[in-house]
Design a protein around this ligand. Structure first.
Ligand code: ADP
Length: 324
């Protein structure tokens, strides 16, 4: 059993125990009050004199009092029970959410440490090799481009972490201007084609689509989506980036031929730190921040983002942004 399941189990056991205890106390309290009520009734009935001319009226009154008390107890008990149950549901959900978030945060810390260490180690090794050995020009170039790729990854990672924390704290000042989204997407696709010459990356970009937005953030959005498409699909799979106009919106689709995303996970992949599968089974590196940040950026630009299946296999991330 992993730590998360263990925590869930403990919370569930404690929770059910407390809830059952509260309900049992409530039922006990009701029985005790009802018993008292009956005793009072008997008492008052015994005190009545049979030859009293108002005997029947008094009997009716005593009976009515008993009934009204029972109704009051049932009403109070039911309200209390209802409030307890509603509160319990809230507490249960909040606790589970908290546990999930804290595990995702742990996974995130592990992933970030790993993501930071790898490019640093690779860069150091490459630089040491360049320093110590006399290499041929082609080999030198290969090492340098490899180092650059690692530096780019490091840069993307730092940007993702920095901007997501700033956006979250409300400290990021959006500086929106009218910008040429077509050019921005074209440039991103071109950069990826240079960075990944062995991959098939196709851009179908309708020119001159202008949106109101911030260049850095929108670049980050496109980069995150294309990076994921490359990361989560096989080397021979094609990645297609389409930008076109639909009514008064620019529609960006990033499609890949990977394993795709199961329906149950389609909404959750946009949650902070969320990664599909468990940390042990995941082969790819990542932090679970990319799509969370992408969604935040799209929302801040009054747009929408969703993921659907790309047929026959793979996923299709669609971003819709209002045109200026
Ligand atoms: P990261 O890639 O750093 O894990 P993201 O927030 O970018 O974080 O993605 C969250 C999760 O969604 C990923 O861990 C992966 O499981 C899944 N995912 C994202 N993009 C794709 C894709 N194109 N194909 C399949 N799965 C994807």
């Amino acid at each position: 059993m992993d730590a998360k399941k263990k925590d869930y189990a403990t919370v569930t056991i404690v929770y059910w125990f407390l809830l059952l205890y509260i309900v049992a106390v409530l039922v006990w309290w009701f029985i005790a009050l009802q018993r008292q009520n009956n005793q009072m009734y008997m008492f008052r009935v015994q005190e009545l004199k049979k030859d009293d001319p108002a005997y029947f009226e008094k009997m009716v009154e005593i009976e009515a009092q008993r009934k009204s008390k029972t109704t009051a107890y049932v009403g109070e008990g039911a309200t209390f029970l209802l409030l307890t149950l509603v509160g319990a549901v809230f507490v249960y959900q909040a606790t589970r959410r908290q546990i999930r978030l804290s595990h995702q945060q742990q996974n995130f810390m592990m992933a970030v440490t790993h993501e930071l260490k790898t490019p640093i180690a690779v860069t150091r090794l490459n630089l040491e090799t360049l320093q110590k050995r006399k290499l041929e020009e082609a080999q030198q170039q290969k090492l340098i481009s490899n180092t650059l790729q690692e530096a780019n990854r490091l840069n993307d990672l730092c940007n993702n972490i920095l901007i997501s924390s700033q956006l979250e704290a409300g400290a990021y000042l959006l500086n929106k201007d009218e910008l040429d989204l077509s050019k921005l997407v074209d440039d991103c696709v071109h950069n990826f084609a240079v960075r990944y010459p062995q991959r098939q990356i196709e851009g179908q970009v309708q020119p001159e689509l202008y949106v109101e937005g911030e260049t850095v953030l929108l670049q980050m959005l496109v980069n995150n989506l294309v990076e994921n498409a490359l990361k989560y699909s096989p080397k021979e799979g094609k990645v297609t980036v389409v930008l076109k106009q639909k009514h008064q919106h620019a529609v960006l689709c990033v499609m890949d031929e990977g394993a795709g995303i199961p329906d149950a996970e389609k909404k959750r992949v946009f949650e902070k730190f969320y990664r599909i599968g468990s940390e042990n089974t995941r082969k790819t590196k990542g932090t679970g921040l990319g799509l969370y940040l992408s969604k935040k950026i799209v929302n801040d630009h009054n747009g929408q983002i969703a993921v659907t299946d790309h047929l026959p296999n793979g996923s299709n991330f669609t971003v819709t942004l209002p045109l200026t």
